[in-house]
Design a protein around this ligand. Structure first.
Ligand code: AMP
Length: 308
């Protein structure tokens, strides 16, 4: 079985959407990535850090899905990373109300020995120095290194982030962040500029408008499934990334054609994530539902035109 190593936050989130508000609930980029990746046949491990205030039940939710959590450090007396966000009426705009790094400040990630030869490394949204340290601890170069990041790190640690971008094969980023990173409005130009920075593949996420995969001159587009129920977009980007790397790890194939399928798997899983608050929907999702919705994707995007 392929091995997938994930680094990212395991966190408390407090979320406000037009449909309601939550207290501190389970969140974090690595949590969403791990839950999505657990839908594939693979060996997955998460590297992260939490405080003593983090419930064992939450860790068990990950363990129960066969995710190796021996790389999640628990800091005695420490407080877990906390993020709080509020969505506007269209759910596409989000305001960060609080980011409390807490135990993340002194975090030194340690890659478990049995994952130093992972096939795929997923660098979830986190301080770029932590992401870089994980790359440097790998015994050999993984088949694929995928990076997810956000405007927070572009605003606060751009030079460090550029060092990581240079070393990865794939970057997943949302449209606004791609424009911020490159100063290009056109996403085609933005993707070309990001190619120049290092990544061979650039995935630009456009929320409810789908995702674009760029590889040199080639472009693939996957729509987001039009949904009746959208409750809370938190974690959709990470869930997309988890489905994307999960499928690649299971298939062991890093061709452009296979990455197209990976984009569909990512979009498919993300479509569930937004249906409930936080991780709720991802924690109650079975294989049959995932398969049925993949079929809906096929039907949504298939057409038959004769071109003369
Ligand atoms: P997404 O909606 O996919 O962008 O991801 C939301 C998740 O990212 C939440 O569960 C947060 O805990 C986590 N998150 C938010 N801000 C940060 C940050 N600056 N660094 C790392 N993780 C973050």
């Amino acid at each position: 079985m392929g091995k997938l190593l994930i680094v990212g936050t395991v966190a408390f989130d407090a979320i406000e959407t037009p449909f309601g508000k939550t207290d501190k609930i389970l969140g974090g980029a690595a949590t969403f990535i791990g839950l999505a990746a657990s839908h594939f046949n693979l060996d997955a491990a998460i590297i992260s850090v939490v405080g003593e205030d983090f419930p064992q039940d939450y860790l068990d939710l990950l363990k129960d899905r066969d995710i190796d959590i021996s790389g999640i450090e628990i800091v005695p007396g420490g407080k877990t990373f906390f993020w709080s966000g509020k969505y506007g009426n269209d759910l596409n705009t989000r305001e960060t109300l609080a980011t409390e790094p807490n135990v993340l400040i002194d975090f030194k990630p340690v890659v478990p020995d049995n994952f130093k030869d992972a096939d795929v490394v997923m660098l979830g949204n986190l301080h770029p120095d932590i992401q870089l340290s994980v790359i440097e601890q790998m015994e050999e170069r993984p088949k694929l290194i995928v990076l997810d990041t956000m405007n927070f790190w572009m605003n606060t640690t751009l030079p460090e982030l550029m060092k990581v971008i240079e070393k990865v094969d794939v970057i997943t980023i949302n449209d606004e962040e791609a424009r911020q990173l490159t100063n290009e409005y056109s996403l085609v130009r933005a993707a070309a500029a990001i190619h120049e920075m290092g990544p061979k593949y650039v995935v630009i996420k456009k929320g409810e408008h789908g995702a674009l995969l760029f590889h040199k001159e080639r472009i693939f587009f996957a729509p987001a499934l039009p949904l009746e129920e959208v409750f809370d977009p938190t974690g959709a980007g990470d869930t997309f990334a988890g489905g994307f790397v999960g499928y690649i790890t299971e298939s062991g194939n890093i061709s452009f054609n296979n990455l197209r399928n990976a984009v569909i798997h990512g979009s498919n899983l993300a479509s569930f994530c937004v249906e409930r608050f936080g991780t709720e929907r991802m924690l109650n999702l079975d294989r049959k539902e995932v398969g049925q919705r993949l079929q809906e994707f096929v039907e949504l995007t298939q057409f038959d035109i004769e071109i003369e």
